[in-house]
Design a protein around this ligand. Structure first.
Ligand SMILES: NC(=O)c1ccc[n+]([C@@H]2O[C@H](COP(=O)([O-])OP(=O)(O)OC[C@H]3O[C@@H](n4cnc5c(N)ncnc54)[C@H](OP(=O)(O)O)[C@@H]3O)[C@@H](O)[C@H]2O)c1
Length: 238
């Protein structure tokens, strides 16, 4: 049985990824702070409590590797958003966004490659449309998600000799509890966003999970270092 590690696999987009990998026959290790509902997903899901803000500590990967023997896939999904223009971002807020979204992901990629260098594998990093284009009032987030693409390309180059691929997924506007709650208060904004998406529809967490699974799979065996938008065409301009 193949093994996938999914950070933040307990909620939101990550939960859909956990469900997708389970459905595809993987054993899934979910790394996050709160166990939430993952135990209800069956025997092949294992919860590992860890606060990734403590970004220097990627020992959780070693622990999981020891238990599972082989880590076929690592999905660095956990992330945090900050809705503020650059002049309002406090140093601690910047630290928090970069520590979780970039530094923890960076060191996790490095540790994964080290652990899997004799076995190969695949990493999928969750960036954002904000990694490909500027979003208003999201300077720290855009900085972080752009960096995720840089890390992804670097790992893709350095880890290729070990049979390890590394790609990124850049979700656009996805229908989640959070986006629903925010946009319910601002229906005009929802209309504006939908007007700019060529299909005029938000994506689903399942759309993102399908792309993550594809990039991690042997079907994407010759795909390395890409930043794949899953945004219904929003980022091509319309
Ligand atoms: N939703 C969207 O429309 C969208 C669009 C583009 C990109 N993204 C990206 O997709 C990823 C998932 O987003 P989402 O909307 O599903 O977010 P979410 O619902 O807020 O979930 C965030 C996940 O990260 C985990 N997490 C947060 N802080 C953590 C920490 N310090 N240590 C360990 N785990 C932590 C959370 O679990 P705990 O709280 O239990 O720790 C949770 O599972 C993020 O990287 C986000 O930037 C989302």
């Amino acid at each position: 049985m193949k093994t996938a590690v999914i950070t933040g696999g307990n909620k939101g987009l990550g939960l859909a990824q956990t469900q997708k990998f389970l459905a595809e026959g993987y054993r899934v290790y979910v790394v996050a702070r709160t166990e939430a509902d993952v135990s209800a997903l069956g025997d092949e899901v294992h919860f590992v409590r860890h606060d990734l803000s403590d970004w220097r500590d990627v020992g959780f990967l070693e622990t999981i590797h020891k238990e599972a023997g082989n880590l076929d896939v690592l999905v660095n999904n956990a992330g945090v958003h900050l809705k503020k223009p650059i002049w309002d971002v406090a140093p601690d807020e910047l630290d928090h966004v970069l520590n979780l979204n970039v530094k923890a992901l960076f060191l996790s990629c490095g540790r994964y490659v080290d652990l899997q260098r004799d076995k190969g594998g695949a990493i999928v990093n969750i960036s954002s449309m904000g990694g490909l284009m500027a979003l208003p009032s999201a300077a720290a987030y855009v900085t972080a998600k752009t960096s995720v693409i840089g890390v992804t390309r670097s790992v893709a180059v350095d880890a290729a000799p070990f049979g390890i691929r590394c790609n990124a997924v850049c979700p656009g506007f996805i229908e989640t509890d959070m986006t629903r709650a925010i946009l319910a208060k601002d229906p005009a904004r929802r209309d504006k966003i939908e007007g700019r998406i060529p299909s005029h529809a938000f994506g689903t967490p399942g759309d993102v999970a399908d792309a993550v699974h594809y990039l991690a799979s042997p079907q994407a065996g010759y795909v390395n270092g890409v930043a794949l938008p899953v945004d219904g065409g929003y980022s091509i301009g319309f």
